[in-house]
Design a protein around this ligand. Structure first.
Ligand code: PMP
Ligand code: GLN
Length: 387
């Protein structure tokens, strides 16, 4: 094993693989790994079949299918009022996972620092390590996952290359408000050497009164922000792995430099299928948000019935519970136990923290499941209820 691979050893196996395997082993209702147990729309599958049958089936241009990039540019303009040139400022990649890797590998030098909020999505610290850079961690303040602004400012120094913001957030369900985004923009003004990376894969799973907004749309931020997102969650097709990155041309050049040698291009018939259906997105995402609201509310009511405390998420498809008040101090043990004994799998959220002891007792439930699956999960958790 070389030095680069050795840097990844401390990260061990992804918690998503561990818990999904345990769920299968124990025939548990799998609310651990965040993938829908239903597929995206038939019209999307039909577009994919057409694309596979008639092509393109050879490599796409490395930056992405030109029509898809044009449609992505229109989407961004419509939703955030921001203009991106499809030729020089938009890159299609193999899921947001590759987008994150391409951005971090393209931007970071050994010795650079990246600030990550805790709890974080698991690939951030791993990709920072791959790049030979150092992650600095800032826990959100519980119970409402608020930003400690003074502590954030204190973490910034001359080595700080970027701050990574995930909104709507996995696993905490936090949606940065416009005020918080404005505060980040003010912070940016005070520290002109710092770049911002936003991960917005849950951009269309947001519950009113929360609203998703792009940090890049704040004054002065477009030129120093890289926006990463993907169709995995929006179209309930996590296996398609089509992601995209918006960034000003000089930063896009860095992203494309690494993207070119990571995957060269994402699956070309699926890119073509996405391009074909993009005009249906505005109506479709409204429906999607309504369906997720129903799932969120059902899952929260089932947790209530089982006597499990929870925080109502503003966005994403995850709910966080602190199970310490139920007498369970160790979330890892708790999640193993409920998978094996009650037949419900969830993620121990301490896996999303680096700071020792942080996140203890936090459990993440994924509610991207059919209503009957959620009802069955809720029923199986009822023995936890204290009479
Ligand atoms: N970022 C976050 C916050 C996620 O939850 C996920 C998981 N889907 C990803 C990135 C990766 O997305 P993709 O499936 O497009 O690779
Ligand atoms: N994003 C998904 C989650 O948070 C998992 C993705 C993966 O398995 N890598 O559960």
């Amino acid at each position: 094993m070389n030095q680069v691979a050795e840097r990844l050893v401390p990260f061990g196996e992804s918690i998503f693989s561990t818990m999904s395997r345990l769920a299968v082993e124990h025939k548990a209702v799998n609310l651990s790994q965040g993938f829908p147990d239903f597929d995206g729309p038939d019209w999307l599958k039909e577009a994919a079949v057409r694309a596979v049958q008639s092509g393109p089936n050879q490599y796409a241009p490395s930056p992405g299918n030109p029509l898809l990039r044009q449609k992505l540019s229109q989407k961004m303009q419509r939703e955030s009022g921001l203009q991106y040139n499809p030729d020089t400022e938009i890159t299609v990649c193999s899921g947001a996972t590759e987008g994150i890797a391409a951005v971090l590998l393209g931007l970071l030098n050994p010795g650079d620092e990246v600030i990550l909020f805790e709890p974080f999505y698991d690939s951030y610290p791993a990709c920072v390590a791959l790049a030979g850079a150092t992650a600095r961690y800032l826990p959100f303040q519980l119970p409402d996952f608020m930003v400690d602004w003074a502590a954030l400012e204190k973490l910034i120094n001359a080595r700080t290359r970027a701050i990574l913001v995930n909104t709507p957030g996995n696993p905490c369900g936090k949606v940065f408000s416009l005020e918080e985004l404005a505060q980040l923009a003010q912070l940016a003004e005070r520290h002109p050497h710092v770049l911002f990376i936003t991960d917005e894969v849950y951009e269309h799973i947001v519950f009113a009164p929360a609203r998703h907004a792009c940090l890049a749309a704040q004054p002065g931020m477009r030129e120093r922000t890289l926006v990463i997102s993907s169709f995995s969650k929006t179209l309930s097709m996590t296996g398609w792995k089509i992601g995209y990155v918006f960034a000003p041309a000089h930063l896009t050049a860095a992203v494309r430099a690494s993207h070119q040698f990571l995957t060269f291009c994402s699956v070309s018939p699926l890119q073509a299928a996405m391009a074909e259906v993009m005009d249906r997105l505005p109506a479709y995402v409204e429906e999607l948000a309504g369906e997720y609201l129903q799932r969120r509310d059902l899952w929260c009511s089932l947790l209530e019935e089982a006597g499990i405390p929870y925080r109502v998420p503003q966005g994403s498809y995850f709910v966080i519970s602190d199970v310490r008040s139920l007498g369970h101090q160790d979330d890892v043990q708790f999640c193993r136990w409920i998978t094996q004994e009650l037949g419900v799998a969830a993620i121990p959220a301490s896996a999303f923290y680096h700071t020792p002891g942080a996140g203890q007792g936090l459990v993440r439930w994924a509610f991207c499941k059919g209503l009957d699956t959620l009802r069955e999960g809720g029923k199986r958790l009822l023995p936890l209820r204290k009479s």
